[in-house]
Ligand binder design. Structure first.
Ligand SMILES: Cc1cc2nc3c(=O)[nH]c(=O)nc-3n(C[C@H](O)[C@H](O)[C@H](O)COP(=O)(O)O)c2cc1C
Length: 239
């Protein structure tokens, strides 16, 4: 099944809408069209990370899920300055792509974070972006499924992938898994395309996320509510 690609307001964003008929793939009782935001932390707009994210997006589209790939890594995204103004205003004091994505996150149903591996971690721009997105807007992502995807020439993938998983697991987000840890290998998109196992891991991830999204939606329609949160305990050091 092919997906429809159409232009959107910002050059940072690429939206894929599954064809109308794709809704019929879903359980008849689930009528909501769901959407997953895929963030590309790499400065290479159509590089290795993008190639991996595109494979996840394709699988999601084939399951009737709308996707949008948002280009993060080529922007000048500064880090969090711990001013805590977002605690008062609900948005980051630096009004850039972070606030734009936080706004989109309100209506999104799931998230894939993609990053190239830089010195065995995620790249700096992605780190700055995610720190500010979660510090100012984590409530918009909470209880929605997420998964990280990393691309490396050779090594450091697991450490970088774990770094991405930390954002989900501090924020009540179900983490979607695949048949292996979510990584591709290559220094160019062509090399990534030769990583057949890596691409299969991406497709499995997309299928698994679609399954979880539909299960959550079916649960909602059957009256299953989000768990109630206890008043927050904050123990800053061990007494
Ligand atoms: C500053 C920098 C650091 C890198 N560090 C690593 C590393 O630790 N391990 C590795 O295997 N590749 C490393 N690489 C290579 C990239 O992770 C790899 O080429 C990746 O697939 C590029 O993805 P992209 O095309 O989406 O940018 C590094 C590249 C750069 C520019």
């Amino acid at each position: 099944m092919t997906s429809v690609l159409f232009a959107c307001s910002s050059s940072n964003m690429q939206v894929n809408t599954p064809p109308e008929t794709s809704k019929t793939i879903m359980n008849d009782s689930i009528t909501k069209t769901m959407k997953v935001l895929l963030l590309n932390g790499s400065p290479n707009k159509e590089g290795c990370t993008f190639t991996a994210l595109s494979e996840v997006a394709k699988a999601l589209n084939e399951n009737g899920i709308e996707t949008e790939i948002i280009q993060i890594g080529s922007e000048a995204i500064r880090g969090c300055i711990a001013c805590a103004k977002c605690r008062e205003t609900g948005v980051c004091i630096f009004d850039d792509l972070v606030n734009e994505v936080a706004e989109k996150a309100k209506t999104a149903d799931g998230f894939i974070f993609g990053s190239p591996v830089y010195y065995s971690g995620i790249n700096g721009t992605m780190k700055s972006f995610l720190d500010r997105l979660f510090y100012s807007g984590s409530r918009h992502l909470a209880y929605k499924p997420g998964a990280g995807v990393v691309s490396a020439r050779r090594a450091g993938t697991v450490a970088a992938w774990q770094q991405l998983n930390m954002y989900f697991t501090i924020n009540n987000m179900p983490v979607v898994s695949s048949q292996y840890w979510n990584m591709v290998h290559g220094n160019t998109p062509d090399e990534v395309r030769q990583d057949k196992e890596g691409l299969q891991i991406m497709r499995t991830l997309g299928n698994n996320m679609a399954w979880l999204l539909k299960s959550i939606e079916a649960g909602k329609e059957a009256g299953v509510e989000r768990p109630k949160q206890e008043p927050r305990e904050r123990t800053n050091f061990i007494r």
